[in-house]
Write a protein that binds this ligand. Structure first.
Ligand SMILES: Nc1ncnc2c1ncn2[C@@H]1O[C@H](COP(=O)(O)OP(=O)(O)OP(=O)(O)O)[C@@H](O)[C@H]1O
Length: 449
């Protein structure tokens, strides 16, 4: 629907060439009538409809045909309106002047949404979010709605609360689920390698570029790119990221060609992105581009009702990994866990249970096995050997102390690894290495799959 006859004609011709039936409307009123009268797979609307706006039509469509994907055509550079449209439920937008290949892509994406089989409720167990309390129910409902859209989503929440899980679920429930999901921890990439990590490079373009590299954007093409700890991106990369998102093209380092990329961007950070922007550490234009819709993952202490289900899930997983029957959790231990504030959230719960499973010899985890920080005596003094656990060989004992100290520093810094490394007097890299070695960080720091 459009008020400009030329653009309308261009749309009808393009859709016809794609072997699609198209019906055009010249006003909001006519558009509404058409939507009420027939079942359409897709709706494209201009913002300026003479007797109303595209936003009015999106609202109308959301009420009358909530399953039909709607995209808007906006004036060049008017991100505010595009954002508003996506908040109201539009799956994507295209700016004028309309580029034909981008238009075709937009249409294909929309048809992909309307033709996609609805994903199985909750996805696979691995992708699922454990927790049935009211806060998680609300989040899951929001995720199901967001999964269909192409809109960028900012996932907020404390460290370890499950932001990456949420991102995976949004991908797994959406029309891109057959395509790759690529996760990257922006804080873990050295600044000088960032451009090549993101956009790839040509062999020989700099010392160390021994072969061509595709880069994360092209690896995720067609799918979803999850930018974890996005606030850690240095300002010069923020500019490049914004450009890549806006233009939907990237140019690898040392390459003269540009490549089109079509991906959905999800991002997260445990710091407040709004505060980072106010403090001048995060570009305002990129902020508005990424933070179209916010999904908030509540901290675990605000949903103690989810703790038992999470405990059961984590112990079952550990049991499988260790090829052992997982122990039960005694009432006292469960009560202690439900009361504990979990500054490191679900990741901390995983670590506590892993440690408890190591320390418990019997069939049941008791409060003592949990070593919850508040109940814990000071770390055994090193040097005199007096505190050594009688059943542990020295190596394991030393490793246990190392683990405890690292966990203590992480607890104290709310799992901010940079701050924890400082507290421990080691470099970030060295902490990362130890976390890996001690299997406290199985997810890895910059993962892609
Ligand atoms: N609701 C949940 N159900 C099951 N497992 C969960 C849930 N939430 C988090 N986890 C697990 O807890 C760990 C931390 O989750 P995740 O990596 O998604 O957190 P995050 O918020 O992205 O952390 P960070 O801020 O450190 O990047 C992961 O091993 C994840 O599988």
């Amino acid at each position: 629907m459009d008020d400009e006859a030329d653009l309308r004609e261009l749309l009808v011709i393009t859709l016809g060439r794609m072997k699609l039936d198209a019906t055009a409307a010249a006003s909001l009123e006519e558009g509404r009538r058409l939507l009420d009268g027939g079942a359409f797979d897709l709706c494209l609307t201009d913002m300026n409809l003479g007797d109303g706006t595209g936003l009015d039509l999106i609202r109308h469509a959301a009420a009358r045909a909530p399953d039909m994907p709607v995209a808007v055509i906006t004036a060049y550079g008017n991100m505010e309106v595009a954002t508003e449209a996506m908040k109201l439920g539009a799956y994507d937008f295209i700016a004028k002047p309309v580029a034909l290949d981008r238009l075709r892509q937009l249409i294909e994406d929309g048809l992909g949404i309307s033709r996609a089989e609805p994903a199985a409720e909750g996805g696979g167990e691995e992708d699922g979010l454990i927790g049935q309390g009211p806060a998680m129910q609300r989040l899951k409902q929001q995720i199901r709605k967001l999964a269909r859209s192409q809109a960028p989503i900012y996932i907020s929440g404390e460290s370890g609360s499950g932001k990456e899980r949420v991102a995976r679920l949004i991908h797994a429930l959406g029309p891109r689920r057959e395509k790759p999901f690529v996760a990257v921890n922006c804080g873990a990439i050295p600044s000088e390698l960032m451009e090549s990590e993101f956009f790839g490079h040509r062999k020989g373009s700099f010392t160390g570029a021994v072969e061509d590299r595709k880069g994360l954007f092209r690896e995720a093409d067609g799918g979803t790119l999850f930018l974890d700890e996005v606030a850690d991106l240095p300002l010069h990369m923020q500019v490049k990221l914004l450009r890549a998102i806006q233009e939907k093209t990237i140019r690898p380092v040392g390459e003269s060609r540009e490549f089109d990329v079509n991906l959905r961007i999800l991002c997260a950070t445990h710091r407040g992105l709004g505060e980072e922007m106010t403090a001048g550490r995060f570009r305002q234009d990129l902020y508005y581009r990424l933070n179209v819709i916010e999904a908030h993952v509540p901290p675990l202490r605000e949903r103690p009702e989810d703790v038992p289900a999470l405990v059961a899930h984590i112990l079952a997983r550990l049991g499988q990994a260790w090829e052992a029957t997982p122990p039960a959790v005694g009432d006292g231990a469960m009560a202690a866990l439900r009361q504990y504030p979990f500054p490191g959230n679900v990741r901390e719960l995983e670590n506590i249970l892993e440690r408890a499973m190591t320390l418990c010899d019997g069939p049941r985890i008791e409060p003592d096995h949990l070593h919850l920080p508040s109940a814990e005596p000071a770390a055994p003094a090193t040097g005199n050997g007096g505190g050594r656990h009688p059943q542990l060989p020295l190596e394991d004992y030393l490793q246990e102390i190392e683990k405890q100290e690292i966990l203590r520093a992480l607890d104290a810094t709310h799992w901010n690894r940079t701050a924890a490394a400082k507290k421990l007097g080691m470099t970030f890299r060295s902490l990362r290495y130890r976390l890996k070695k001690l299997e406290l960080d199985q997810e890895g720091d910059a993962t892609s799959e």
